[in-house]
Design a protein around this ligand. Structure first.
Ligand SMILES: Nc1nc2c(ncn2[C@@H]2O[C@H](COP(=O)(O)OP(=O)(O)O)[C@@H](O)[C@H]2O)c(=O)[nH]1
Ligand SMILES: [Mg+2]
Length: 265
C-alpha cells in the first residue's frame, strides 16, 4: 500500500499508532474529526475516544464510526489522557481535540517526522498559523500570557504551552518522571515541560501547524481554566504540584473492545 503526504508518495510506515481523542459532549464535531484522520499509512492505526461520561450522542457516533471507546467517568481533560496513555495499544500516540480544530490530515506526516528524525516528542504550535476565527481575542491573549509565563519560569522556549496536539512514543512513560500528574487542562503545559526536561531539546521539538475554528460548543471556562493553568505553572516550578488520582485507568472502566459500554449492553 502507498500513502500520499503532500505531493510525495511513500511506503507504509513500519509503526503502530494510536490516535487518542478526549471527548465530553462532542456529538457535533466527532464524526468529522474522525473522518479527517487519514487511513492505511501505517502498520496499525487505532483511533479511540476517552469519553468523560458524555450525555449526548458522542459514544454512539464513535461506535458507528468503528473506533474504540474507553469510558473514563472521572472528570477532566488531563484525567482522560492519564487513562488513555496507558490503555492505548500502539507504540506511537497522537493526541487531538475532537472539535475539528487540529490538522488531522497532517498526522502521517508528523509521525513520519518523529521516525525519520529519531524524535521522542513533537508538540504542535497553534499560535503561529492560527486561522481566522480559531482563537478569540481573549483566548489568544491568555494562551500567549500562559506561554510567556511558562517560558519565564522554565526557560524551555515553547511557543504554545497550551496546544493539545502531540505526537510521541508511548515508551516515554517508561520513565515515571515523564508521567504528567494533572487531571485538568494544565496537563497540556505539564507534558511539554516534562518532555523538554527529561527528553531534551533534541528529542522533544515544537512544530507550527494550522489551527481552525471549533465545531460545537466549548466547555472550557476561560477565566477558571486560565487561572488553574497559571497556578499550576507556579506550583510545578516550585515542586508543589500534587497528583490527586493514580496513573492509568480504573479497573472497571467500560471499553468497547470488552463490549461492556452502556450502549453495547
Ligand atoms: N474525557 C473528557 N474529555 C474532556 C473533558 N473536558 C474536555 N474534554 C475534551 O477535551 C478536548 C479539549 O477541550 P476543549 O473544550 O476543546 O478545550 P480548548 O480547546 O482548550 O478550548 C475536547 O475534545 C473536549 O471534548 C473531560 O472532563 N473529560
Ligand atoms: Mg479544543
Amino acid at each position: 500500500m502507498r500513502m500520499r503526504i503532500g505531493t510525495t508518495m511513500t511506503d507504509v510506515l513500519p509503526v503502530t499508532v494510536t490516535v487518542i481523542l478526549p471527548t465530553r459532549n462532542e456529538e457535533e464535531a466527532l464524526a468529522d474529526t474522525v473522518d479527517a484522520i487519514p487511513r492505511d499509512w501505517c502498520e496499525n492505526l487505532e483511533i479511540m475516544i476517552v469519553d468523560g461520561s458524555s450525555t449526548d450522542r458522542t459514544r454512539e457516533i464513535a461506535l458507528e464510526k468503528n473506533i474504540r471507546v474507553h469510558l473514563e467517568p472521572r472528570k477532566g481533560y488531563g484525567r482522560a489522557y492519564r487513562t488513555g496513555f496507558v490503555v492505548a495499544k500502539n507504540d506511537i500516540i497522537v493526541t487531538m481535540d475532537a472539535d475539528c480544530t487540529y490538522p488531522a490530515e497532517l498526522v502521517p506526516k508528523l509521525v513520519k517526522k518523529l521516525i525519520d528524525d529519531d524524535l521522542d516528542f513533537i508538540t504542535c504550535d497553534r499560535l503561529t498559523l492560527a486561522e481566522e476565527g480559531s482563537m478569540s481575542g481573549i483566548h489568544g491573549f491568555g494562551n500567549w500570557g500562559l506561554s510567556f509565563t511558562a517560558r519565564l519560569l522554565f526557560g524551555y522556549g515553547i511557543k504554545d504551552s497550551q496546544s493539545g496536539m502531540w505526537v510521541f512514543r508511548k515508551s516515554i512513560f517508561d520513565n515515571e518522571n515523564m508521567r504528567p500528574t494533572n487531571d485538568g487542562m494544565p496537563l497540556s503545559e505539564e507534558i511539554k515541560i516534562l518532555a523538554r526536561k527529561h527528553l531534551g531539546k533534541q528529542k522533544a521539538i515544537e512544530i507550527s501547524t494550522p489551527y481552525r475554528p471549533r465545531v460545537g460548543e466549548a466547555e472550557i471556562h476561560t477565566w477558571g481554566d486560565g487561572w488553574k493553568n497559571f497556578k499550576f505553572l507556579y506550583a510545578k516550578r516550585f515542586g508543589m504540584n500534587k497528583t490527586l488520582t493514580d496513573w492509568g485507568p480504573l479497573t472497571d472502566n467500560p471499553d468497547s473492545i470488552n463490549g461492556d459500554l452502556p450502549e453495547q449492553k
